[in-house]
Write a protein that binds this ligand. Structure first.
Ligand SMILES: [Zn+2]
Length: 84
């Protein structure tokens, strides 16, 4: 379980080629938007992290990084919608 924490931090954003992924059969879940993926990574970490689930202690070092990544994705979408 401890090893999974470091995996989440380095989780890359995989820009799969659109044409290729369109031909791939849907397995499991549909493609998520970057915002959804970022939030999913945060939520997945949170639910599997002893430090995060233990409310009596401050959260771990990984959670804030994942949350910040999520915030950045949200901000990117907002900037795009505002045309900046
Ligand atoms: Zn954590």
């Amino acid at each position: 379980m401890a090893d999974e924490r470091s995996v989440d931090v380095d989780e890359p954003t995989n820009p799969a080629p659109a044409a290729e992924s369109a031909r791939r059969p849907a397995v499991g879940v549909a493609r998520l938007t970057p915002v959804q993926e970022a939030y999913s990574a945060y939520a997945r970490h949170f639910l599997n992290c002893d430090a995060c689930m233990d409310r009596s202690s401050p959260s771990c070092e990984t959670a804030p990084l994942l949350w910040r990544d999520y915030q950045e994705q949200v901000e990117a979408v907002r900037a795009k919608l505002l045309g900046r």
